[in-house]
Design a protein around this ligand. Sequence first.
Ligand SMILES: C[S@@+](CC[C@H](N)C(=O)[O-])C[C@H]1O[C@@H](n2cnc3c(N)ncnc32)[C@H](O)[C@@H]1O
Length: 326
Amino acid sequence: MSPLYHRLSLGIAADEDLLALADQAKRGQPKPNLFLAAVQRLLVETPDHALAAFYPNISGSPAPSDDPAPAFRDFCLERQQALTGLLATRMVQTNVVRRCASLLPAFVYVDDLGLGGALYLIEIGASAGLNMLWDSYGYDYGEGRVYGGLESQVQISSKFRGNQIPTLPSILPMVAGRIGVDLNPIDMNDPEETMWLKALVWPERRDELELLEAAMQAASDAPPKVLKGDAVDLLPGLIDSVPESQLPCLFHSHVLNQFPAEAREAFWTLVEKRGAKRNLAVVSMEGVRRGEYSVVEVTHYRDGVKTNRRLANGDSHGYWLEWLAG
Ligand SMILES: C[S@@+](CC[C@H](N)C(=O)[O-])C[C@H]1O[C@@H](n2cnc3c(N)ncnc32)[C@H](O)[C@@H]1O
């Protein structure tokens, strides 16, 4: 939780004008995240405003201990029109690269299932697609547990909690291909798009911003392909186009909460249909209600038989993982 956003949220909740403004967020979008990101996006353009002093990432100095709510209200009312524009058009589109530390053990688990062939990754809600490149990053879970591309410019730290530690290989699973789908793929060569991506990072999370920037830099020459469209429409064709010698490995992190209930149902119906015809796996990392933590699970189909297993609970931004799968 961001301490600044916690304080701002208390101010917003007690202010009818700000609540009405936040209410203009697009239907189905998490309003608090969208509203606070829109404010941060505009604030970087006016770092002289009093509100900027509360954002250490913008001011470059530690935040004062005063109440940020009056400056926040002042800024929002001043930039009401621009805010309304962002709320009506933008979506909550993070690309939280540290989540790869929670996804990695799940991909290893899928690979170990021996469902046939190297993994063909299909990411649902890929945003800029940076998490599809998990196999090129380096990982440090502490206590000497280091894996992956230790020479990569993208180095992800996390830690394991609890009694069980997953066994991870020194050579990561082979990825045969990768493709993402998103309602609005982030074009890493468009500065406005990348500024929006960065505006979604909580102000105190300097490490998260640096990781995002490193991953964008590493991917800039050959960005992963992300198709524009609704996953429910595009997935059947994408799954069917994976060669028989490879394993379709769908994955999503913090995406299904943005699907209306009927779209979630349609998603699982189409997965079931494909799973009846060929082996495939779905790696899921989604938040529990109220967002205290995330659950990592794998659903796989082998010869038409479906198996679902919860592998871990973890921090929703990948800072820790509690392995449950033995
Ligand atoms: C919160 S972001 C998460 C991005 C990334 N998976 C991560 O973990 O950082 C959710 C993403 O899902 C996308 N999304 C939402 N509904 C979608 C749909 N029906 N089809 C495809 N993408 C969708 C949004 O555009 C957004 O980029």
